[in-house]
Design a protein around this ligand. Structure first.
Ligand code: FMN
Length: 227
């Protein structure tokens, strides 16, 4: 990527951010994870440059931070701007959770409101350790050590997982992906399961709400009685 390419792409990010603001989006995220362009600058596995944009972490962050600053300037100051990072490349010689703390600190200093903490998808050689809430320790570490709000994501599949992550101060938000693919009403079903009834249902579906809540309550009572 030449300097001219970099300027052109930075401008494209700015144009996209401006359009998003005009379209009324509440929150914008700059994608610096999963091997996409900005991620490919950050990871030493994909950044082979020998100019001031490659080598040290400071150099590898130079272009992503330039794009971030331009987007921050174009995005309304009162609306949140987060950054998604891969906190672990899961490959020797790649980004580690310790380096991810430094990456988070750099974006915090540049004005990021929150770090969305994912991992991997940078190298086909990755050997991730999958499991329930497997990326949450990285969100936790960044939150404690870099002192910035984080969003935990990855194999968080029950409302109780979310509540325990938030209550323990391991993250400020949780994102839930694939459970919504399996069940688009996942949020409504989980709310019923934990007895949270003030949640708004779409008008067309609202006849199903009280029944789902009653069934969930009965199941909880039966589970309690069985203990
Ligand atoms: C079909 C599919 C497409 C996805 N596309 C993207 C993507 O474009 N960008 C991204 O950051 N993450 C993407 N993800 C990853 C999710 O954002 C999320 O991090 C991942 O699914 C782990 O969370 P989950 O266990 O709740 O699904 C995708 C996931 C799935 C299943």
């Amino acid at each position: 990527m030449t300097r001219a390419d970099m300027d052109r792409v930075t401008q494209a990010f700015v144009t996209a951010a401006t359009r998003a603001a005009e379209a009324g989006f509440d929150w914008l995220e700059l994608h610096c994870a999963h091997g996409y362009l900005l991620s490919s600058f950050i990871s030493p596995l994909t950044n082979r440059r020998d100019d001031t944009y490659g080598g040290s972490l400071e150099n590898r962050l130079r272009y992503p931070l330039k794009v971030f600053a331009a987007v921050r300037a174009a995005w309304p100051g009162e609306r949140p701007l987060s950054v998604r990072i891969s906190a672990h490349d899961w490959v020797d010689g790649g980004v580690t959770p310790a380096e991810a703390v430094e990456i988070a600190r750099a974006f915090k200093a540049a004005g990021a409101d929150l770090i969305d903490v994912s991992s991997g998808q940078v190298s086909p050689l990755q050997k991730p350790t999958y499991g329930r809430m497997y990326q949450t320790p990285f969100a936790d570490r960044i939150r404690q050590e870099a002192g910035i709000a984080t969003m935990a994501v990855g194999a968080i599949s029950e409302a109780d997982h979310v509540n325990s992550i938030i209550a323990a101060g391991r993250a400020d938000l949780c994102a839930v992906g694939r459970p919504h693919l399996a069940n688009p009403a996942w949020t409504l079903a989980e709310a019923a399961r934990i007895g949270y009834t003030p949640i708004a249902w779409p008008k067309q579906l609202v006849s199903g709400k009280s029944q789902m809540e009653a069934l969930a309550q009965r199941a909880a009572q039966q589970a309690g009685a069985a203990k």
